[in-house]
Design a binder for this molecule. Sequence first.
Ligand code: CMP
Length: 143
Amino acid sequence: MAVERTLSIIKPDAVEKNKAGAILALLEESGFKILACKRTHLSRQVAEGFYAVHKARPFFGELVEFMTRSPVFVAVLERDDAVAQYRKVMGATDPAKADAGTIRKLYGGNVGENAVHGSDSLDNAKIEIAYFFPANEVAPAAG
Ligand code: CMP
């Protein structure tokens, strides 16, 4: 299985509940290396750019309002099969449909405020990582 990188965002709802540390710990316990991580308050422009693919969706305005409401943690995760493995650990987009033990089941509230974001493909992971992190801010795993 190939070693991959994916982008994680711990969203405002989870950060407001002081669950960022618990989520990062769960990720480490699930085998991910956290190669980069920063806390930042997304501007409207940055949030709209990040979610541009959803611009035509009816929930776009709500999504941007939510993501700019308060700070987030943005992180680069690495492990074998990282994109799929992280999506498994996140759980379904709607926390009500997420499996027990997943981040969204544990910490998500509803489909709009669902605690975390994860890249949906390896191609998008590369684009999303580059959107938030210049290459020199991503430190390769030791060993
Ligand atoms: P995320 O993985 O960050 O990518 C797009 C986000 O849109 C998604 O998680 C959801 O939080 C959000 N989203 C999807 N469907 C809805 C919806 N019906 N109402 C509000 N937000 C939604």
